[in-house]
Design a protein around this ligand. Structure first.
Ligand code: M6R
Length: 606
């Protein structure tokens, strides 16, 4: 995975590109590179490691800082340290190219180009794209890019510099988003809106087969045939402060703390006369009455939000709902009918597994409602209906606030489905909406438990393996809690349904193998207490996270983390915060790189 950024204007391109790329580092931070045009020549500089190394005085010839046109990229290169030839940009003497996404048919193209006399220094698909473009380039960049775009397969956004055009940048995209933005006498191109809003809010995105040419004073979008298209620019609503850390030590903590306000704002924007309302989202009237089955798709944290959403929908609307791992579903031969609504969940809107699963469902005739966070993302554009999570940019690789906001959207969808399927009447729906809004306050109440959670996190930091158990809604919640711990601390954490726990997993429990037990579901408290007693009987430590009203033995009470008492249905809201904080503080205690854990990337696009 990688992020790209390009600049052309009157000021120094290097500083602009470095700043733009710094906002994209979460997309890949194993290596970075930049190409600058000066006096008709392209100079490329690459570093293995963090982007900051590019900014070191020795990294760049000082004269190059006068360049006013260039492109750059950060890249995720898991495994061995990146070789210089693998690091973007890629190119020839005539052009330089950066790529975000993946070219699927690069092996075939590489073989074809080898036959044309091209040699390759890397195994990268980006190098193949650069050499393909060089082969097609006969002096007209738009023609060459349009032709290349028709030959390349996959999901990608590309930006290119041509030595013959010293003040221009070019771009194309397929199944992925390329953003272009205009400032005062300068233009930008990037794979990520949160990098663009550092410089300008006026932006446009490229459609299929379109080619863009950016100069300092102009942005021209052309179709495959090279005809100029008329476009209206859009205005980004992202707040600059949101993409900065604002006083917090880590983005993860900042994003955990933002949840109460964001959730309340998102809910209020979708409530009209006390009931859920998706009018402003453009959902057709009566959409939910058409469907009698729901199929939810997602990966990682998004799938966990979906697993909770399934429960909300079944409880409130009595509609059969299933949740599937998109990475598995995409390779199935699915059984879908007209009465099934597919819900695709994603923060980035670019996750290739979820995109493929969603496209498969669409190819079988199903309609897809995407619940995504990134505006204008591929999923948002390809879905039949879209509900944005409205969480703002999520920079920390471990997702927190988007999970919370996805749950919030799913609560509203479930209430609306229940109402429109006559399972709950308007009065009950209003009560639920009111209780949901009220539940947002529990987020702040859990944050006040900071000290107790930090204390438990210091204990947790000493362990190598831990089980996370729960029943009912607490089980999918623990799937998310254990993923969060794993991601940011590298501690082995596994989630089990507490009922299933006795059928095998409990054999590992020992004094050095603790268990975190979530007990928020009132009907299931007796069974949870049985589980806890049984685990204690093996001399294992149990950290209980439970509702305030639950009385515990004194020995358990000392370590317990208490959550505000809410209706069972809304307990995942405070529970999520407690589990996020536990993971965060354990990672801090272990000295981990909280916002950018090893081997992980914000969106898995290839
Ligand atoms: O962008 P998406 O929501 O589609 O990403 C899905 C997963 O890759 C993502 O949730 C991943 O599990 C995160 N690292 C969770 O913190």
């Amino acid at each position: 995975m990688s992020g790209l950024f390009g600049y052309t204007g009157a000021a120094g391109a290097f500083d602009h590109i470095l700043h733009g790329l710094s906002k994209l580092e979460y997309r890949g931070y194993d290596c970075a590179g930049i190409s600058l045009l000066l006096n008709g020549e392209i100079t490329t500089q690459k570093v293995a490691g963090r982007l900051s190394a590019l900014g070191e005085p020795t990294a760049l010839c000082p004269e190059l800082k006068q360049s006013t046109c260039g492109i750059g990229s950060t890249r995720w290169a898991p495994g061995a340290a990146a070789q210089q030839s693998d690091i973007p940009p890629y190119g020839t003497a005539r052009l330089s190219l950066v790529l975000s996404g993946m070219i699927e048919n690069y092996r075939e193209l590489r073989a074809q180009l080898s036959g044309e006399g091209y040699a390759f220094d890397s195994t990268s698909d980006g190098e193949v794209a650069a050499k393909l473009l060089d082969w097609l380039y006969k002096g007209n960049p738009v023609e060459a890019l349009a032709k290349a775009n028709s030959m390349l397969q996959g999901s990608y956004a590309i930006a290119v510099l041509f030595a013959d055009y010293p003040h221009e940048l070019y771009g194309v995209a397929r199944n992925s988003t390329l953003f272009v933005g205009r400032g005062e006498g300068e233009s930008y191109v990037t794979s990520d809106l949160s990098a663009l809003v550092e410089f300008t809010r006026e932006y446009d995105t490229l459609g299929k087969g379109e080619v863009v040419c950016l100069s300092p004073d102009n942005i021209r979008v052309m179709n495959q045939q090279g005809n100029l298209l008329t476009r209206e620019t859009q205005t980004a609503s992202q707040d600059l402060a949101q993409v900065r850390k604002g006083g917090y030590r880590h983005f993860m903590m900042k994003e955990i703390c933002e949840q109460e306000q964001l959730l309340a704002e998102m809910l209020r924007s979708r409530i009209f006369k006390g009931l859920p309302s998706f009018d402003r989202d453009g959902l057709p009237e009566g959409l939910f009455t058409r469907y009698h089955r729901v199929l939810i798709l997602g990966c990682g944290t998004a799938m966990h939000a979906g697993a909770l959403g399934k429960e909300f929908i079944e409880q409130l609307a009595h509609i059969s709902a299933e949740v599937h791992l998109a990475a598995e579903y995409r390779f199935r031969d699915p059984i879908l009918s007209d009465n099934t609504l597919v819900i695709a969940l994603s923060q980035s809107g670019e996750t290739s597994d979820t995109l493929s699963a969603m496209r498969l469902a669409q190819s079988k005739g199903a309609k897809v409602l995407a619940i995504v966070n990134v505006p204008g993302s591929t999923m948002a554009r390809e879905a039949d209906y879209v509900l944005y999570a409205h969480a703002g940019p999520e920079i920390s690789i471990a997702s927190t606030k988007v999970f919370m906001l996805q749950m919030g959207v799913l609560y509203l969808v479930a209430i609306e489905m229940g109402r429109t399927h006559d399972i709950i009447d308007d009065s009950k729906a209003r009560d639920l909406v009111k209780a949901l809004l009220e539940a947002t306050k529990s987020i702040g109440q859990v944050l006040e438990q900071n000290e107790q959670i930090q204390k438990q996190a210091r204990e947790m930091a000493r362990t190598q393996s831990v089980y996370y158990i729960g029943r009912g809604l607490d089980w999918p919640m623990m799937m998310e809690g254990s993923l969060k711990l794993k991601e940011v601390t590298y501690i082995h954490a596994e989630a089990y349904s507490a009922g299933e726990f006795r059928h095998g997993p409990i054999s590992l429990v020992a004094p050095d193998f603790p268990v975190v037990a979530l007990a928020t579901q009132q009907m299931l408290i007796p069974q949870m207490l049985d589980n806890i007693r049984e685990i204690r009987g093996q001399d294992s430590n149990v950290l209980v996270i439970c509702r305030n009203s639950l009385s515990l033995d004194e020995s358990l009470e000392q370590s317990a983390v208490r959550l505000p008492d809410l209706d069972d249905l809304f307990m995942p809201i405070p529970a999520a915060v407690a589990l996020q904080l536990l993971a965060y503080y354990t990672a801090v205690a272990k000295g981990r790189n909280v916002d950018a854990p090893r081997h992980l990337t914000k969106a898995v696009t290839d």
